[in-house]
Design a protein around this ligand. Structure first.
Ligand SMILES: Nc1ncnc2c1ncn2[C@@H]1O[C@H](COP(=O)(O)OP(=O)(O)OP(=O)(O)O)[C@@H](O)[C@H]1O
Length: 589
């Protein structure tokens, strides 16, 4: 446990980089500030001593008052500066850790991330990493301050009467036993608390995302059982924690406060036996019985410390996932080959098995298959969102695992079925971090058939996208996504074609935008709408966990039963005209 704590703290200081010097300086100043706690006691004791020895003068009074003022001023000024420095070091470290984790997440396989739910990642990024600030900015200097103060007072008391000073430590010894008992099993408690928080956060995200559905089906928060269960679980975690921590905490507080019960009678007896001076008796009766109360906040620091260690562990778990690093430049040729590829999301049940596919440079291919057949999985393996379990994916003859991941992502554009718009201007949503000028963005938007719409918005390209893109229709969002891909101009294009987002008018514009987007590229279209395959050079059927048939539209239609049936259904559906009579929906050819 000790080794683990040491490793976590030294790891945190490594993450802090040069900013750890702010933290070291803050600790040093807190130490001086803590040590100066004894100065006022010393000054008062000296005054009392001179009073009882009948040598008290104005000079002595002013001398010790000056020492007292300096002691108090040093204590508070240094502690204040220590606080400023620790905050500077803490916020810089927090920023670094946030950047490190987010940057790392962009470089690690999606598979590793999707094993963790959204709530878990949100908890690590928000709550767990935030705890580091609390620890570095507050707990670290406070810990040094609260411990060094009583140590300095104890050393001073030893110089006055070492026997009584040692006896004054008895409450501390008892409090220490209580604390050890209190923190027994805290690791498991914190682990349980974190798990419960992960769960609460992910169900909360699900609850907020599903708000429309909840309203549509008139489900109150009570009926959203998963959410209320998560809240109940979180409550019970903290109830159990307080039940376990409450009584020993109360005992701890009482014990550190009860020094008076020892110091007053013992000091009094020793004074009566003349083995203690009057000033020393008063010093022990007040200071000797109260100086340990400075240690009271240590209990709180202790339980927060356990949470901080947990936070460091959770951030480290993400940072320990090996990233995709190194690799060669993106190949000049852009043909794609899947060689005997097998893949399972869960490592057990293969979604693809011995799958082979060959796409020529500049070819446009449609992937067709039943829902859940594995079409999106095929394209995600090409973009290396996941690594294949067996076989290989080649681009330009090069295994995607050997291509530098960043260049791979730069050279593959993906237009997803569901478009995600960030809470930023339309311009930045199309730019996506590139340095493209407004002119270049507008050219892309024109080709994506969305420029006119954007210009009609109140602030044109500077219009802010509402949270989660709520100001735009599905079709508009998709054309913005196409404009992004046109601007990115990557040689390989993956299009997870969507139908749900578009009404017929929008669909015509989207089709035109897609035609502009596909020019001169190697294109894979996940075809949900069969009409789109007619624009492609070849069609590949994904069924029975593999590519079962590939060829031109006519060839595949001759050979593949699923494709024949799908086209039959598609043509029949297109031929049906719907009309309503007396509130009943009729279909006719
Ligand atoms: N992240 C994931 N984790 C676990 N299983 C997944 C994941 N994504 C997809 N699957 C499963 O893999 C199988 C193939 O899914 P995939 O999305 O590739 O199919 P699809 O043909 O694209 O379907 P659709 O046409 O409905 O989009 C499905 O059974 C699906 O449930």
């Amino acid at each position: 446990m000790k080794q683990k704590e040491k490793n976590s703290i030294s790891l945190l200081l490594t993450w802090a980089g040069r900013d750890r010097y702010y933290l070291y300086l803050s600790i040093f100043l807190s130490l001086i500030s803590g040590l100066s706690t004894m100065v006022p006691y010393y000054a008062v004791y000296k005054i009392m001593e001179s009073v009882y020895s009948n040598i008290f003068t104005k000079e002595i009074l002013w001398k010790y008052c000056l020492i007292l003022v300096i002691g108090i001023a040093v204590r508070f000024i240094l502690f204040g500066i220590a606080g400023v420095l620790s905050h500077k070091g803490a916020y810089n470290t927090l920023f670094k850790v946030h950047c490190m984790v987010v940057d790392h997440m962009a470089k690690i396989p999606l598979g590793n991330l999707s094993q963790r739910n959204t709530g878990e990642i949100k908890t690590v990024l928000n709550e767990e990493i935030e705890k580091l600030e609390l620890f570095l900015a507050h707990h670290l200097p406070e810990l040094v301050y609260y411990v060094s103060g009583p140590i300095a007072v104890f050393i001073y008391l030893c110089t006055v009467n070492w026997k009584l000073a040692l006896i004054s430590l008895i409450p501390l010894f008892l409090a220490f036993l209580v604390i050890i008992n209190m923190f027994r099993g805290i690791d498991q408690m914190m682990e349980r608390a974190t798990r419960s928080l992960f769960n609460l956060n992910s169900t909360m995200i699900e609850y907020i995302s599903g708000m429309k559905l909840i309203k549509a089906y008139n489900m109150g928060s009570r009926s959203f059982k998963k959410y209320s269960d998560a809240i109940e679980d979180e409550c019970s975690v903290w109830k159990d924690t307080s039940r376990k921590m409450g009584p020993p905490y109360a005992a701890y507080v009482v014990i550190v406060e009860c020094g008076l019960l020892l110091m007053v009678p013992l000091g009094g007896l020793w004074f009566l036996r003349e083995s203690l001076t009057a000033s020393a008796f008063i010093l022990f009766a007040f200071v000797g019985s109260l100086y340990l109360t400075e240690l009271r906040p240590l209990q709180e620091l202790g339980s927060n410390f356990a949470q901080v260690l947990n936070g460091i562990r959770k951030a480290k778990e993400i940072l320990d996932i090996p990233p995709y690093e190194g690799g060669s430049d993106f190949p000049k040729k852009h043909d794609i080959v899947l060689n005997n590829v097998s893949f399972a999301y869960d490592g057990k049940n293969n979604v693809l098995q011995n799958c082979n596919l060959s796409i020529k440079d500049g070819e446009k291919i449609a992937l067709v298959g039943q829902s859940g057949a594995g079409k999106s999985t095929v394209v995600q393996l090409i973009a290396r969102f996941y690594d294949v379990s067996q076989g290989e994916v080649l681009i330009g003859g090069e295994n995607v695992k050997d291509i530098n991941y960043e260049t791979l992502l730069q050279n593959v554009s993906i237009v997803f079925q569901k478009t995600f718009l960030t809470k930023d201007s339309v311009l930045e949503n199309i730019r996506m971090g590139s340095n493209a000028t407004l002119e270049e963005v507008r050219i892309a938007a024109k080709q994506a058939q969305i420029d006119e719409f954007i210009m009609s918005l109140p602030d044109g390209y500077d219009t802010l996208v509402g949270s989660y893109g709520s100001r735009f229709s599905g079709g508009e969002k998709q054309r913005i996504a196409i404009a992004r891909a046109i601007l990115k101009n990557a040689p390989i294009l993956i299009l997870d074609e969507a139908t749900s987002a578009a009404d017929p008018e929008n669909q015509v514009e989207i089709d035109r935008a897609i035609q502009n987007l596909c020019k001169g590229k190697t294109v894979i279209i996940v075809a949900h709408r069969l009409g789109v395959v007619l624009q492609c050079d070849r069609v590949a059927i994904v069924e029975n966990n593999t590519i079962s048939c590939i060829g031109t539209h006519d060839e595949v239609k001759r050979k593949n039963k699923y494709y024949q049936r799908a086209w039959g259904d598609y043509e029949q559906a297109r031929g049906i005209a719907y009309h309503i009579e007396g509130g009943v929906l009729y279909g006719s050819k």
